[in-house]
Ligand binder design. Structure first.
Ligand code: R5P
Length: 285
């Protein structure tokens, strides 16, 4: 088994290769220093993959990384890889999992249909809606990133785990159960991308160390609103923990409402503090 990582997932690819005791095949991402003047992507495999089972790792965010992934898949076919296991740590476009309005695409399906063309199996990590795996016509499985989040929070004095909304309840349950702490969920109503309303819930948070867990933090509005409410209710410490830290539109500034922000390495950011590599390696072995 060999590991090839796209430029969105280099650090994770390295960790994964180490966990799998597999060789990491180097990739060049520029033909000439500085890249193409028009911004087009470029890849070149710097090692042999002929006849090999290759684990190809690349998050589909931001958009240019999707093109890079297509190029890497084509390069693997050209180079004679025997089998390609595609690992998509953050499956961008996973939230457009249906046609919400007339005339829209099912973006997650559009991506799945194209990505499966040069892959034998696909793994995602904490995909927003696991039903999108049904869009792949090859074996597809999701690996939860919550054990990774729980591993980071272990021994950090968390005594309550909260999900910011009912949809994320399963995340709080998973992390809370693993930490053997109490868990619950908040009630959120989204007004628009930058506005959410949190309903006050009768909860014992006074003087407690609370972790708010979610799959994705995008603008940070959800978590920051929850953190402010929890502080008003007397929480002593609020930690925001997610699998995928998109941190769009100055999210990290907004998240100063929290004592700490933690994300995994499905996307790299200043909040990346723990790797999902052990959890991915466990399903690949
Ligand atoms: C939504 O369903 C997701 O689980 C997250 O709660 C959401 O994407 C967070 O978005 P934001 O950080 O922009 O509030």
């Amino acid at each position: 088994m060999k590991v090839v990582a796209g430029s969105a997932s280099l650090a994770l690819g390295k960790e994964l290769a180490r966990a799998l005791k597999a060789n990491l095949v180097d990739v060049a991402f520029e033909k000439h220093a500085g890249g193409f003047p028009d911004g087009e992507r470029y890849v070149r495999l710097l090692g042999s993959v002929a006849g090999d089972h290759v684990v190809l790792v690349q998050s589909t965010y931001p958009d240019q990384k999707i093109v890079e992934l297509f190029l890497l898949q084509d390069a693997l076919v050209e180079a004679g890889a025997r089998k390609v296991t595609l690992v998509i740590p953050y499956f961008g476009y996973g939230r457009q999992d249906k046609r919400f309005e007339e005339g829209e695409p099912v973006s997650a399906r559009a991506l799945a249909r194209r990505l499966q063309l040069h892959a034998d199996t696909v793994f995602t990590v904490s995909v927003h809606n696991p039903e999108v795996l049904g869009f792949f016509e090859i074996p597809a499985k999701d690996v939860s990133g919550m054990p990774t989040v729980a591993r980071y929070l272990q021994g950090r004095d968390i005594d309550l785990v909260l999900a910011p909304d009912e949809n994320a309840e399963r995340f709080a349950r998973e992390v809370g159960t693993s930490l053997k702490t109490e868990w619950d969920f908040l009630e959120k109503r989204r007004i628009d991308s930058f506005t959410v309303e949190m309903k006050r819930k009768a909860m014992d948070v006074k003087g407690r160390h609370v972790a708010i867990v979610d799959d994705v933090i995008s603008t940070g509005v959800t978590i920051a609103t929850a953190a402010k409410m929890l502080r008003e209710q007397g929480a002593k410490r609020v930690v925001a923990a997610c699998v995928h830290g998109l941190f769009a539109a100055n999210a990290l500034t907004r998240l100063q409402a929290c004592d700490e922000v933690v994300a995994t390495d499905t996307l790299l950011s200043p909040a990346t503090k723990v790797s999902v590599a052990p959890e991915i390696a466990a399903v690949l072995r």
